[in-house]
Design a protein around this ligand. Structure first.
Ligand code: ASP
Length: 438
C-alpha cells in the first residue's frame, strides 16, 4: 500500500477505534477495572505517548526546515530582483483569499441562520485576552536576536532573518556561493528527515485520532448541529469550489491533480489541528509533488502557515453571525465590513496551533460590538471544526504557492503531472544504484 493510503487508513482506524472506546467507556455494562485500564493504560498511556512524540517530532523539523528552505530560496532569487514582486503577489493572494473566505462565511451564515432557534444555555465561560496594538505586531516581526527567534520558534522573525541572510548570500560573491551550497545540502538532509517522519506517520495519526475521539463528547455536536454543519459546509465550499476556481483561472492547472496530491497533507492537518506542525509536510508536498521551485515555496509556504488561515476566518465569520443571532443583535452593514476586515487581520495573528482561532475570535466579536462570552457557546464543538479548518488553512497555502510559482516560472510541470512524484529515488540514492558494485 502506498504511504498516503496507509496514512488515510490509519486515520479512519483511529477515528473508529477512538469512537468505540468512547462508547465502551460510557456504557453501563463495563466494570470500573475495565474503565481504569482503558483510561490509564490505553488512552492516557500508549496512545498519549505515541501521539505526543509524533507531534514533537513534527515540530522539531519546523524551525530547521523553514530556515534552510528560505535561505536557499532567497539566495537563489536574491540577484534576480524577483523577491519583491513575489512577496507582494503572495501577500495579495493570502489577504484576498481570506477576505473571500470570511465574506462567503457571512453570506452563507446569514442565509442559513444557525443561531436563530438556539436558547442561551451554555455556562462555559471565556475570558478574552487583549489584542496587542498593530504597531507592536509589526515591530515584533523584526528579530533583535535571531538565535532567540530560532530558539523560541518565532516564525515571522525567522522569515525576516532568513530572507535577509539569503539576500546577503546572493550578493557576497565567492563566500556567498560556498555558504549557499552548504545550505542546499542542509535542505536535502532536512527534507530527508521529513521523509523519515512521514514513514512513521500512520502510527502517529492513528494514536492522535484514537485518543481524541475516545474523549470527544459527540453529543455537543447535536446541540449545535446547525452551527457545526454551517461551518463545515462553508469550509467545504471554500476548499472544493473557491480554491479550484482560483487554481484554474490564475494558473490553468487541474484542481483534481491538486486534491490528489494534498491527501496526505490533509491527514496531517486533520489529526494535528496545527498548520505549524503540518508545515514540513506541506512544504515537502508543494516542492516535491507539485513541482513548485524552492525559491518560491520556501517563502510562500512558511509565510502562509503563519499568516494565511482561511478556514479559521470562515469559522469566525459563521461564529459572529451565530452569536449575534443567539443574543438577538442585528448586524449592520458596517458591522459586516468590520468583521471582514478584522477576521482577515485576525487570521494573520492566529498562531498555527490548535484552538487559537477561538481566541482571536474575541477580537472580531469585540470589534463587531458582540458579547465575547458568546465564545463559550461554541467551545464544545470547536476541536472537530479546528481539525477541518486546519486542513483548509494548509490547502490555501499550497494553492497560493502553486499559483505564485507558476506565474513566476518557478514551476516544474513534469513534476506536477507525475502522480508518483516524490516516490522516485532521491538523487543520491540514484547515484548509489548506478555505481558498479565492487
Ligand atoms: N488550528 C488552526 C491552525 O493551526 C488555527 C485555528 O484556527 O485555531 O491552522
Amino acid at each position: 500500500m502506498s504511504l498516503t493510503n496507509r496514512i488515510l487508513v490509519s486515520m479512519v482506524a483511529g477515528i473508529l477505534i477512538g469512537s468505540l472506546l468512547n462508547l465502551l467507556l460510557h456504557s453501563s455494562g463495563m466494570s470500573d477495572t475495565f474503565r481504569m485500564i482503558v483510561n490509564d493504560y490505553v488512552i492516557n498511556g500508549a496512545l498519549d505517548l505515541v501521539g505526543r512524540i509524533f507531534i514533537a517530532s513534527l515540530k522539531l523539523l519546523v524551525v530547521p526546515l523553514v530556515l534552510v528552505s528560505l535561505i536557499c530560496g532567497s539566495s537563489s532569487l536574491g540577484d534576480s530582483a524577483r523577491m519583491g514582486p513575489i512577496a507582494v503577489k503572495t501577500l495579495g493572494f493570502y489577504l484576498a483569499t481570506t477576505a473571500i473566505a470570511v465574506s462567503l462565511a457571512l453570506g452563507i451564515a446569514v442565509l442559513i441562520g444557525p443561531g436563530s432557534n438556539v436558547e442561551l444555555t451554555s455556562d462555559a465561560v471565556f475570558n478574552a485576552a487583549e489584542a496587542p496594538p498593530l504597531i507592536d505586531v509589526l515591530v515584533a516581526m523584526f528579530p533583535s536576536n535571531p538565535f532567540n527567534a530560532l530558539a523560541e520558534g518565532k516564525m515571522l522573525q525567522i522569515i525576516v532573518f532568513a530572507l535577509l541572510f539569503g539576500y546577503a548570500i546572493s550578493h557576497a560573491g565567492e563566500a556567498g556561493r560556498r555558504i549557499a551550497s552548504f545550505f542546499r545540502d542542509m535542505e536535502v538532509i532536512v527534507m530527508k528527515m521529513v521523509g523519515i517522519m512521514m514513514d512513521l506517520a500512520p502510527y502517529g495519526v492513528f494514536a492522535l485520532l484514537a485518543k481524541l475521539f475516545s474523549e470527544m463528547g459527540i453529543s455537543a455536536i447535536l446541540d449545535l448541529a446547525t452551527y457545526f454543519f454551517t461551518v463545515l459546509a462553508v469550509l467545504l465550499v471554500h476548499a472544493l469550489v473557491v480554491y479550484p476556481m482560483l487554481l484554474k483561472s490564475f494558473a490553468g492547472l487541474s484542481p483534481l491533480i491538486m486534491m490528489n496530491k494534498m491527501r496526505s497533507v490533509w491527514a496531517f492537518a486533520f489529526s494535528t489541528a496545527s498548520s505549524g506542525a503540518t508545515l514540513p509536510i506541506t512544504l515537502r508536498t508543494v516542492e516535491r509533488k507539485m513541482g513548485v521551485h524552492n525559491s518560491v515555496a520556501g517563502f510562500t509556504v512558511p509565510l502562509g502557515a503563519t499568516i494565511n488561515m482561511d478556514g479559521t476566518a470562515i469559522m469566525q465569520g459563521v461564529a459572529t453571525v451565530f452569536i449575534a443571532q443567539v443574543y438577538g443583535v442585528d448586524l449592520s452593514l458596517s458591522a459586516f465590513i468590520t468583521v471582514i476586515l478584522t477576521a482577515t487581520l485576525a487570521s494573520i495573528g492566529t498562531a498555527a496551533v490548535p484552538g487559537v482561532g477561538l481566541i482571536t475570535l474575541a477580537m472580531v466579536l469585540e470589534q463587531a460590538g458582540l458579547p465575547v462570552e458568546g465564545i463559550g457557546l461554541i467551545i464544545g464543538v470547536d476541536r472537530l471544526l479546528d481539525m477541518v479548518r486546519t486542513a483548509v488553512n494548509v490547502t490555501g497555502d499550497a494553492t497560493v504557492s502553486v499559483i505564485v510559482g507558476k506565474s513566476e516560472n518557478q514551476f516544474d510541470e513534469q513534476v506536477w503531472l507525475n502522480p508518483n512524484a516524490d516516490l522516485e529515488p532521491d538523487m543520491d540514492e540514484a547515484i548509489e544504484q548506478e555505481m558498479p558494485t565492487a
